[in-house]
Ligand binder design. Structure first.
Ligand code: SF4
Length: 317
């Protein structure tokens, strides 16, 4: 099992006297991780990605963007992580040859407008290596955007010190904040230093016991607004084994997202997204892409193939 020591900074945010503390729930091991459910998809992440995998580090799933897995290292081990298997296998960082091959692949495909730097967490790399990677893609004339996904600033805001040069070379920074208490003064300082250079968005994961209420999600959106970050997506968790205790029934998740619309200004309402199991792509859980058949059954329209995929939710507990 992977052991990434939680930063002292994040440990100081946890209320250790509260057995249900949401920040502890995201980061501390629970025996619920041993439980299996009928819906679990053992290789969920790989099934999603296998047919779109160009190399160990490059995924090309949508026509206009590609995803680069720069490292499998992270600032912490999020217990709900959908890349659990890859992170726990500790795959090596991207090599020079793999980077050159990825750049050549994208340079040869003018339809690709954006490269997404992901992981693990790209900010686990040092600034010099990150700049090499970013500059290699910046030399491709048809690439409009370099986007970077990270949760590092939540676990260790000091990682953003001295990052202005990187922020100036990328177009979009998407952080992953899941709870309002993660938006601390230290985190806000870090974001304030990056904001002059790059567009800041947030994508959260909808997690039972962490942010599964209108109040928690409203507080999160307002906290992000104070930090100058636009809430963008709220991801329904993938069906990764050992993470069922983090999942809400899909109909409850949809109702929650609907209730948020009445509580927040439109620009602070994140879109509830689901990655359709089997590699059919991500959709917003809204009509017309998502049609409810009955309480547990949904028809989801693949954005990649146009097929209608039946999605059966878990039996109610
Ligand atoms: S930072 Fe992201 S990739 Fe890393 S463990 Fe957390 S959710 Fe997974």
């Amino acid at each position: 099992m992977l052991a990434v020591k939680l930063t002292d900074y994040y440990r100081s945010l946890i209320d250790w006297s509260d057995p249900a503390d949401p920040l502890a729930r995201m980061t501390q091991f629970s025996t619920a991780e041993y439980s299996e459910t009928a819906e679990d998809c053992p290789d969920s992440a790989d099934v999603h990605l296998a047919e779109h995998r160009i190399s160990r580090v490059l995924l090309h799933r949508y026509p206009d963007r590609a995803l680069l897995l720069t490292t499998s290292r992270c600032a912490a081990h999020c217990r709900y992580c959908f890349r659990k298997a890859r992170i726990e296998q500790r795959e090596p960082d991207i090599s020079d040859t793999e980077l050159a091959d990825a750049v050549a692949y994208i340079a040869a495909r003018p339809l690709i407008r954006e490269i997404i730097l992901s992981g693990g967490d790209p900010l686990a790399l040092d600034n010099a290596r990150l700049l090499e990677i970013i500059r290699a893609f910046r030399r491709i004339p048809h690439l409009d955007s370099v986007r970077l996904h990270t949760r590092f600033p939540v676990y260790q805001p000091a990682r953003c010190d001295g990052m202005a040069e990187i922020a100036a070379q990328i177009d979009v920074l998407i952080v992953q904040v899941n709870h309002a208490r993660e938006v601390t003064p230290r985190f806000m300082d870090a974001m304030a230093r990056l904001r002059p250079f790059v567009l800041l968005y947030n994508q959260s994961v909808l997690l039972r016991g962490v942010n599964d209420s209108v109040a928690a999600l409203s507080d999160l959106s307002w906290a992000l607004a104070r930090a100058g970050i636009t809430p963008c997506y709220l991801h329904y968790p993938d069906l990764v084994p050992g993470t069922a205790h983090f999942r809400l029934p899909l109909d409850q998740a949809i109702a929650l997202a609907g209730a948020l619309r009445g509580q927040l200004p439109g620009y602070l309402v994140p879109r509830l997204m689901l990655d359709i199991p089997g590699g059919y792509g991500k959709i917003a859980l809204e009509a017309p892409a998502c049609q409810r058949i009955d309480r547990q059954t949904f028809l989801l329209r693949s954005p990649l193939t146009g097929e209608a995929i039946e999605y059966r939710d878990a039996e109610p507990a």
